[in-house]
Design a protein. Structure first.
Length: 287
């Protein structure tokens, strides 16, 4: 795993991709800090960091689009499979390299609250709690992007799909407000999700019947629950989206609250997406 980690880390910093990413992230956070903290005379670093959440829509596709898609396109993934390593070790090594590239600028950002404290009273506990939440959210989004990269050979397709996913996650709360709060509206929204789940299974397995079966089974469960618990269905989809919102959980950290449930949620997303990534790579390995 360490050899894969070092190889990926060199690939990011030898071609300037890692340096450009770090510089871009520091530029955005620096601009937000200047506007909110210095020009606005507002001592809350967590507020300025919360406003930079949109940056993940750009940096996650750029960082993750080639992590596995390029290996498959150039057929260099066969070299990885020949190594005396488990697929899980390869995936974990690549993910840790991604996380390291992300943590480099975050480590520099960690000095911002100390600099601000030289000019006024700054809640260091809240500031660093928000940085922890920022790291966890970034780690979860990178894991999602890495999984998307594992299901395609094209970097462009991986980047587009990842951007679309990041945009949907970013607008999740707004989307939940567009869904009718009626039981029928919730049924329709869950039905769409069942179709999307079936498509994901089909893409991962390359088997139409497996994907169709997964979608049909999920749809049957949804319809069964609808007819037996109709009253509970009203507004349920919006509640589920609110609970699954990656960005909303980060905003809790920005309010000065260290939410342990959010920590568990982010770690669960990371583990789940890496598990899916391993399964996707394993499928390609033996296909």
């Amino acid at each position: 795993m360490s050899s894969v980690y070092r190889k990926e880390l060199r690939s990011y910093f030898c071609n300037m991709q890692g340096a450009v990413f770090a510089g871009f992230l520091l530029l955005i956070t620096g601009i937000m800090s200047s506007l909110y903290n210095f020009k606005g005379l507002y001592p809350s670093f967590e507020s300025s960091l919360a406003e930079t959440g949109f940056i993940f829509l750009l940096i996650v596709p750029v960082l993750t689009m080639k992590i596995l898609a390029e290996e498959r396109h150039q057929r260099t993934d066969q070299l990885l499979y020949s190594l005396p390593l488990k697929v899980s070790a390869v995936v974990l090594g690549k993910y840790l390299a991604l996380l390291t590239v992300f943590l480099v600028p975050v480590a520099i950002m960690s000095f911002y609250p100390l600099i601000l404290s030289m000019y006024g009273e700054v809640s260091l506990v809240s500031a660093y709690s928000t940085i922890v939440g920022f790291v966890l959210m970034g780690g979860a989004l990178l894991a999602i992007g890495m999984f998307i990269s594992s299901v395609t050979e094209s970097q462009v397709i991986a980047a587009v799909l990842t951007f679309g996913s990041m945009l949907a996650i970013y607008l999740m709360s707004a989307i939940s407000n567009l869904i009718p709060a009626t039981a029928q509206g919730t049924l329709g929204a869950f039905s769409v999700c069942c179709v999307l789940a079936g498509l994901i299974v089909w893409v991962m397995t390359k088997d139409v019947w497996v994907g169709a079966t997964a979608g049909i089974v999920l749809e049957a469960i949804t319809v069964f629950c609808y007819f037996n618990f109709t009253e509970s269905f009203a507004g349920l989809f919006a509640k589920v989206l609110d609970k699954l919102s990656v960005f909303d959980r980060f905003y809790l950290f920005a309010t000065g609250m260290f939410d342990l449930s959010a920590v568990v949620y982010y770690l669960s997303v990371i583990v789940f997406c890496l598990f899916l990534c391993v399964q996707s790579v394993e499928k390609k390995r033996y296909s």
